[in-house]
Write a protein that binds this ligand. Sequence first.
Ligand code: NAD
Length: 234
Amino acid sequence: MKKLVVFTGAGVSAESGIATFRASDGLWENHRIEDVASPEGWAKDPSLVLDFYNMRRAQARKAMPNLAHETICELEQWFDVVVVTQNIDNLHERAGSRRIIHLHGSIFHARGTGKNEELVELHSEDIQIGDLASDGSQLRPHIVWFGESVPMMDFAIEEVLSADALLVVGTSLQVYPAASLLTYLPSGKPIFLVDPSPSIPSVGKNLEVIRTKAVEGLPLVKDMLLRHFNITTS
Ligand code: NAD
């Protein structure tokens, strides 16, 4: 089977009712990004940050995977698929995708603020001030904030280096190092980009841009991939 890496951003979950980042002047659900997604914001007002992610978690729990998540899962019938997502929701998991790398963490996990990096799975509970990790430190969301390192990046790069094609869906390609993933695809391999307002990366000629919402573009790109690799479906 050919290997396909699917690199997704907030746009793939937009039709599931989860707002993207940059939809409204760089605010995230009416908050300045530096207030809710940076170590400085956490140091200044941890209650506000916990409330913000508690709300995001409740919202993500109610959201349902859409046709784009489902089509990405369906691609596993013909491709060895690895999803690399910048999203903190779990809609790829709930659509059935089997191999998923969360570059920026997960809203459904917490970790301590001390040295212990053990993850705590969150089911229906919120994180409150005073909720502690096993090392006694305050729990925080397991989210990579701006200015923090991206431990899963090396794993994602490994996957892209051995891919036969890259499918990029619903990302502004503004957040680094995540956006640099495109540069690791071996030369000559195709990139398909689905986004209604795409930021066009400078990656040479093998780029096919599908300017639509993910729910409309994914069925189209599925057919394009099958044609590109001469795969018949019956
Ligand atoms: P972004 O908000 O910077 O960019 C969103 C992209 O999606 C834009 O290019 C936009 O044109 C496109 N888009 C909008 N509606 C779309 C649709 N219906 N179908 C397809 N594309 C659509 O998002 P980003 O590039 O992922 O970076 C923002 C960061 O914010 C990420 O690191 C992520 O962790 C975080 N975030 C996550 C979620 C989530 O988990 N669902 C939501 C908001 C932000």
